[in-house]
Design a binder for this molecule. Structure first.
Ligand SMILES: Nc1ncnc2c1ncn2[C@@H]1O[C@H](COP(=O)(O)OP(=O)(O)OP(=O)(O)O)[C@@H](O)[C@H]1O
Ligand SMILES: [Mg+2]
Length: 184
């Protein structure tokens, strides 16, 4: 788990670990071997805070199928059915992703991240907008992934979620020296 006040750099850290942002200093290593940021994209899936910005296809089912195909998954249709079930999306399979509610979209982007079969999955505020039943559903799915030996990093302000799914958690402190961004 990763938590801490607004603006401490939790999302920035997630983007760096995924290869979406370049670090200004330091190195990225996978199993002790230095790698370029773009190498991380092959191993790490990230679910960012704005779910709808990560949905591009015409239907929920196609969104999952495309994620599975991009990850080189064989038998994508069967795997897509399983993910629909795991995230309680079966009844929404033919809906346009942008027509879904916030919580439904959130479940779909998490399902798409699962489709990538990543070694590391990072979820930035995964439970914003989720009701109690779906909070437990996501927590269970994350626990299952962790039991399969995958690394799960959950960024959250929801200490109930930290309690439910995290074996350990780091608090990122607010460092005033980091706030050196200037605007013209
Ligand atoms: N693209 C950017 N350009 C300039 N500054 C940025 C950019 N993205 C983030 N920042 C700044 O970097 C700092 C860390 O932002 P970040 O989004 O990583 O925080 P956070 O810990 O995820 O906050 P929150 O809890 O609100 O989601 C903030 O001061 C933010 O304004
Ligand atoms: Mg953030």
């Amino acid at each position: 788990g990763l938590f801490g006040p607004n603006g401490t750099g939790k999302t920035t850290l997630a983007r760096i670990l995924t290869g979406l942002n370049k670090p200004t200093q330091g190195t990225l290593e996978i199993r002790g071997k230095k790698v370029k940021p773009q190498e991380c994209l092959k191993h790490v899936a990230v679910v960012l805070q704005n779910a709808d910005h990560q949905l591009y296809m015409r239907t929920v089912f196609d969104e999952l199928l495309t994620s599975l195909e991009a990850a080189g998954c064989r038998g994508g249709k069967q795997a897509a059915e399983e993910l629909l079930q795991l995230f309680d999306l079966t009844e929404l399979r033919d809906r346009h992703p942008h027509s879904l509610s916030g919580g439904q979209q959130q479940r779909l982007v998490i399902a798409c991240a699962f489709a990538k079969k990543p070694d590391v999955i990072i979820l930035d505020e995964p439970t914003s907008g989720l009701d109690g039943a779906n909070l437990h559903r996501i927590a269970g799915a994350l626990r299952q992934l962790s039991d399969e030996g995958k690394a799960v990093l959950v960024i959250t302000h929801d200490l109930e979620l930290v309690d439910m799914v995290c074996d350990s958690a780091i608090r990122l402190p607010l460092q005033k020296t980091n706030l050196s961004v200037t605007f013209q």
